[in-house]
Design a protein around this ligand. Structure first.
Ligand code: ADP
Ligand code: MG
Length: 251
C-alpha cells in the first residue's frame, strides 16, 4: 500500500505476515484493526499541517504491519490517532474510521478509550520520556500499568512485573524491578517500556520506532524480542520506522 503523506512525502505500508503469530485458529473474517481513510490535520496561526492524508489498512489478529516513511511523514500521528491521542491536541482535526474488532475508536468517548489503551492496545512511544517516568522505579510503573486495568493486589502485580522484565530479557529482574530508569542502560529501558506495554497482554502493540535510539546490536535484540513475543502471545504488531533495513529485519 502506498500513501502520500503530509508535505508530499511518501509513507509506505508493508503487510509483513497477515496470518502469523501462531494463534492457531481459523482466520477471522473481521480484521483485528481496520483503518479507513484516516486524515489528521493540525490548524494553527501559522496555517494548517496535513499530517495524515487518507491512510487505509487492515491487520489480522496476530499479524504484523510495518509503516515506513521519512521523518515528518505522519507515522507517529497515524499510530497516536489509532488510540485517540491526537484528537485533543490544539487545532487537531481527525476524520475517517478506526475499528478495533468492529468497534469504532475515533468517535469513542474518552472513558471507553481509556479502557482500551494499555489493555487491548498498547503503545511503545517514540519518545521514551512519555513512557517511563524518571522519578519512579521501573517496577512501580509496571505495577501501576497493571492495576489501572485489573483489580490485582500490589504483591501479585509486582510478581507479574518481575515476570514481564524476565520475559523481555532483562537480567536479574527481581533486582532490576526496583531500579530507577536512569540506573539501567538505554537498551534495558527500551525493554522495560516494552514490558510495561505488554503488562496486560494486549492483542495489538503499536511500536513507534522502538529501536531508533539504540545501537545496532541492541536493536537486533529488540527486533528478535518483538518477533518472539508476537509468536508467544499471539499479539499483532504495528511497527513504525524510518529505516527500511529495520523493517526488512522485522519481515
Ligand atoms: P513521523 O513520520 O516522523 O512520525 P509525525 O507523525 O510525528 O511524523 O508528524 C507528521 C507531521 O505532523 C509533522 O509535520 C509534524 O510536525 C506534524 N505534527 C505532529 N503532531 C503535531 C501537533 N500536535 N500539532 C501540530 N503539528 C503536528
Ligand atoms: Mg515519529
Amino acid at each position: 500500500m502506498r500513501h502520500q503523506g503530509g508535505l508530499g512525502r511518501p509513507l509506505h505500508f508493508r503487510e509483513l505476515d497477515p496470518s502469523g503469530g501462531g494463534g492457531g485458529g481459523a482466520r477471522e473474517a473481521q480484521p483485528l484493526l481496520r483503518v479507513q481513510d484516516l486524515r489528521v490535520s493540525f490548524h494553527g496561526e501559522a496555517g494548517a499541517v496535513q499530517a495524515v492524508d487518507g491512510v487505509s489498512f487492515e491487520l489480522a489478529a496476530g499479524g504484523a504491519l510495518g509503516i515506513v516513511g521519512e521523518s515528518g511523514s505522519g507515522k507517529s500521528v497515524t499510530a497516536l490517532s489509532i488510540l485517540g491521542l491526537t484528537r485533543n491536541a490544539p487545532g487537531a482535526r481527525v476524520s475517517g474510521r478506526v475499528e478495533l474488532e468492529g468497534r469504532e475508536l475515533l468517535g469513542m468517548p474518552e472513558p471507553g478509550l481509556r479502557a482500551i489503551r494499555g489493555n487491548d492496545v498498547a503503545m511503545v512511544f517514540q519518545d521514551p520520556l512519555s513512557s517511563l517516568h524518571p522519578l519512579y522505579r521501573v517496577g512501580a510503573q509496571i505495577v501501576e500499568a497493571i492495576r489501572a486495568h485489573r483489580p490485582v493486589p500490589k504483591a501479585r502485580a509486582r510478581a507479574r512485573a518481575i515476570e514481564l522484565l524476565d520475559l523481555v530479557g532483562i537480567p536479574e529482574p527481581a533486582r532490576r524491578v526496583d531500579a530507577y530508569p536512569h540506573e539501567i542502560s538505554g537498551g534495558q529501558r527500551q525493554r522495560a517500556m516494552i514490558a510495561m506495554a505488554l503488562a496486560n497482554e494486549p492483542r495489538l502493540l503499536l511500536a513507534d520506532e522502538p529501536t531508533t535510539a539504540l545501537d545496532v546490536t541492541v536493536q537486533a535484540q529488540i527486533l528478535a524480542l518483538l518477533a518472539r513475543l508476537r509468536r508467544e502471545l499471539s499479539m499483532a504488531l504495528v511497527f513504525v520506522t524510518h529505516d527500511l533495513g529495520v523493517v526488512a529485519e522485522v519481515a
